[in-house]
Design a protein around this ligand. Structure first.
Ligand SMILES: NC(=O)c1ccc[n+]([C@@H]2O[C@H](COP(=O)([O-])OP(=O)(O)OC[C@H]3O[C@@H](n4cnc5c(N)ncnc54)[C@H](O)[C@@H]3O)[C@@H](O)[C@H]2O)c1
Length: 366
């Protein structure tokens, strides 16, 4: 797959007129006489671009809407006959799409992502995560090819669990947030509202499914917005200290992005999954201190590990979860999901990519 280059960009003014004939399709197979038409929101982001690659490989015609706030155009193929890329805000693009423009499947990944970004600009984060999802779900309901609303997968986050103390987290567990004066919780809350909306639309006939992603890692992830693994890998490659926030004994479960995106079409394509929420990720826990040590070892780096108080990394009073591990029982029994890519491999692949294009990690703190 090609990733670099200067593809001429589409904008909303280039969207096609009402040209697509109505048709009946449950989203499962290619539409008669043509490839399956799929919309991916946030498709030039880290996870979205891997999903788009997978969908193109299986022969789909893919439309991406992304405003490139955190996504990167070069994450997608420069040119591809079955890819359309619209650089636009999601709501603007949906309103501009011709009435005949329908899709067989929708994957909704566009969001303001990550606790750091959200703490710095909570208004944009809340508005992006809630208002865009409202518009997207209404679009999926109203653009019903042959009267069937579009099967839609909404990507949510393990942040929805808030600071619940139970481990592992199962989908029907209670969620517990801190006070509204701590903007840190608005990311999880906004994703929870997205889930309420998706499930409410599902109850009214939209074939919608929600996946709650736990820490997803791999090539094309950037450290700029506070993501831990690319920060560590970039620092290790430069021989600089790896900054571990807090005491480093908090645990997380990291799943390679290629395993995560491979599960998405399987969940959306399985009719019994609709109207449900699924944890999606790895359930192998590692402490952040051990993760830092693993990165140093796998990359043969001379870096040391430096412990940084949360107050210096985030705002005073910042609350983090000690453990965040998914119960994968539901997704295992629904689609037989198992992560396959070892963390060591993910670290090596991420390092190879950063070594090729170190500028892409410009925002990483050393
Ligand atoms: N990376 C993780 O570990 C993780 C964990 C849990 C959930 N998620 C969820 O997965 C999805 C993808 O996250 P990611 O890690 O790839 O992050 P990302 O920032 O790379 O992707 C988000 C994409 O959405 C786009 N976007 C933002 N606002 C938009 C708007 N108004 N209109 C159009 N496009 C817009 C961004 O430009 C970006 O390409 C998000 O919904 C996120 O909440 C990610």
């Amino acid at each position: 797959m090609e990733h670099a280059g200067t593809n001429p960009r589409y904008d909303v003014s280039t969207l096609p007129p009402d040209a697509t004939p109505p048709h009946a399709n449950d989203g499962e197979g290619p539409r008669p006489g043509g490839p399956r038409r799929v919309l991916v929101t946030g498709g030039s982001g880290f996870i979205g671009s891997h999903l788009v690659g997978l969908l193109l490989d299986r022969g789909d015609a893919v439309t991406v809407i992304d405003n490139l706030t955190t996504g990167r155009r070069h994450n997608l193929p420069d040119r591809h006959e079955r890819l359309r890329f619209f650089e636009a805000d999601l709501s603007d693009a949906l309103h501009a799409l011709g009435k005949g423009e329908t899709f067989d499947q929708i994957y909704h990944l566009a969001a303001a992502v990550g606790v750091k970004l959200v703490v710095e600009d909570p208004i944009t984060a809340i508005e992006t995560n809630i208002a865009r999802t409202i518009d997207l779900l209404r679009f999926a309901r109203s653009r019903a090819p042959g009267g069937v609303p579009t099967p839609t997968l909404v990507v949510s986050s393990s942040e929805v669990y808030g600071k619940g103390a139970k481990t592992p987290f199962a989908e029907d567990d209670d969620v517990v947030y801190g006070p509204t004066t701590m903007s840190r919780w608005c990311y999880g809350c906004s994703k929870a509202v997205d889930e309420y909306l998706a499930l409410a639309h599902a109850a009214r006939g939209l074939p919608a499914v929600v996946v709650r992603l736990f820490n997803t890692v791999g090539p094309r992830q950037v450290g700029e917005f506070g993501m831990v693994l690319p920060r560590f890998v970039a620092a290790a490659l430069r021989g600089e200290p790896l900054e571990v926030f807090g005491d480093g004994r908090q645990t997380r479960c990291f799943c390679d992005v290629r395993d995560v995106v491979a599960a998405m079409p399987r969940v959306l394509g399985e009719p019994s999954c609709r109207g449900k929420v699924f944890n999606l990720g790895s359930d192998r826990a590692i402490t952040i201190a051990d993760l830092a040590a693993l990165v140093v070892r796998v990359l043969g780096s001379r870096s040391t590990i430096a412990y940084v108080p949360y107050e210096r990394a985030y705002a005073p009073g910042f609350e983090d979860l000690r453990d965040r591990r998914p119960d994968l029982t539901r997704i295992r029994s629904a689609i037989g999901f198992e992560p396959t890519v070892p963390l060591e491999q993910t670290i090596r692949d991420l390092a190879a990519e950063i070594a090729r294009a170190p500028g892409a990690q410009a925002g990483v703190r050393g």
